[in-house]
Design a protein around this ligand. Structure first.
Ligand SMILES: [Zn+2]
Length: 68
């Protein structure tokens, strides 16, 4: 395994750990359970959009259904 292989494996491991953390909390990794994503500029205008990862529910199980 070359250097890039090691880096890739390390990144994958970190990603899995991060996702496992959200699984424990039962929240969507994309929006941290909020159910939507919002940019600060959009917040000022009062507009936001549903999280594409969990289609707006904020729950980990919905995210897992849609992403695995
Ligand atoms: Zn979400």
């Amino acid at each position: 395994m070359g250097f890039f292989g090691i880096v890739r494996q390390w990144t994958e491991t970190r990603k899995k750990k991060r996702i496992a953390n959200f699984e424990l909390q039962g929240t969507c990794p994309n929006c941290q359970g909020k159910g939507f994503n919002m940019l600060e500029s959009e917040m000022m205008m009062g507009s936001y959009y549903d999280c594409p990862g969990c289609s707006g529910s904020g729950s980990f199980s919905d995210w897992a259904d849609l992403n695995q």
